[in-house]
Design a protein around this ligand. Structure first.
Ligand code: ZN
Length: 305
């Protein structure tokens, strides 16, 4: 029997691992992620945002994702669905899970829209991720100038009233490449409170790229002008996974940085090239290498399929 996403999320809670949810917006990125996961024999979630779905165009995107899903343990997820309609569309298209992001709405409205998505999704066997609290930063069509940490009591009420399968929480991560200007920390006190009220409930971290300095430096070496920046320290993410119920960690920025680094490097070093394969192939390999590194460091360890 084909093991479903719920199986792996439950296993992740019990065994102290997590699933990586990696965003893609083109074929090379998707192939890099899938090749990396296959090599590690690890399940992985391939995520598309509404923006990526529009960019790739729905039919192309789903067709590519379905080829990827012929492999064991590859799950397709909608990242930050902002409306009931987009969630319903993705459920009808056969996604394994959808996120309804009502985090910018008043609490009761967030409950209402999330519950509506859950009712529809569960009839079709699709999982739903909700979000409570707000992350600072920008990612595709999601942006916020401020952050609000998740209120543990509200998290409990939200899960009870909506019936969501997983919950994205805000404990100090943020979207995009520029995550920290001040102290680098995650609020484990809030996480513990949430876990006390929601024991063994699968939790999700967004905005959890590590933004490796060596990658930023290389991009700048090849003509980029990125500000020096800090991602989420690996040791904090590891702690959140091993000692807590974080079972899904979203990563988009690190893959974007890997792609940009490789394309810049190849173009600067090969100024005569005109064949996109000359730089997209190395970019795909870089995505694969990044995926493997993340699986080893943080996600499901080898041989978990
Ligand atoms: Zn996010």
């Amino acid at each position: 029997m084909k093991k479903d996403l719920k199986f792996y999320l439950n296993k992740a809670i019990k065994e102290g691992f997590c699933l990586g949810a990696l965003n893609f917006s083109n074929m090379e990125c998707l192939q890099g992620i899938v090749e990396g996961a296959k090599e590690m024999n690890s399940p992985i979630i391939i995520s598309v945002s509404e923006g990526a779905l529009k960019y790739m165009q729905e039919d192309y995107c789903i067709s590519l994702a379905n080829v990827a899903r012929k492999n064991k343990g590859i799950f397709l997820h909608l990242d930050h669905g902002k409306s009931y309609e987009i969630c319903k569309k993705c459920i009808d298209l056969g996604f394994d899970s959808v996120m309804i992001d009502g985090s910018s709405l008043p609490f009761q409205d967030n409950i209402k829209i999330t519950k509506k998505v859950v009712n529809y999704a569960h009839k079709k066997g699709v999982l739903v991720e909700g979000e409570l609290g707000q992350l600072m930063g920008i990612e595709d069509e999601v942006s916020s100038q401020t952050s609000h940490y998740t209120d543990p009591d509200k998290a409990k009420e939200f899960v009870d009233k909506t019936g969501v399968d997983t919950l994205a929480i805000a404990i100090g991560t943020s979207h995009g490449a520029y995550k920290y200007s001040g102290e680098k920390t995650l609020h484990f006190d809030i996480l513990k409170e949430i876990e006390k009220l929601l024991p063994n409930f699968p939790l999700v971290l967004h905005g959890a790229s590590t933004v490796d300095q060596s990658v930023i430096e290389k991009i700048n070496e090849y003509g980029g002008e990125l500000k020096s920046t800090n991602g989420i320290p690996k040791n904090l993410l590891k702690k959140a996974v091993k000692q807590h119920n974080i079972v899904k960690i979203n990563t988009d920025t690190d893959l974007r940085l890997a792609t940009t680094m490789k394309v810049r490097e190849v173009l600067i070093n090969n100024s005569q090239t005109i064949d996109p394969r000359d730089y997209l192939k190395p970019a795909r390999e870089e995505i694969k290498a990044t995926t493997i590194r993340k699986i080893k460091e943080l996600f499901y360890s080898s041989n978990k399929l």
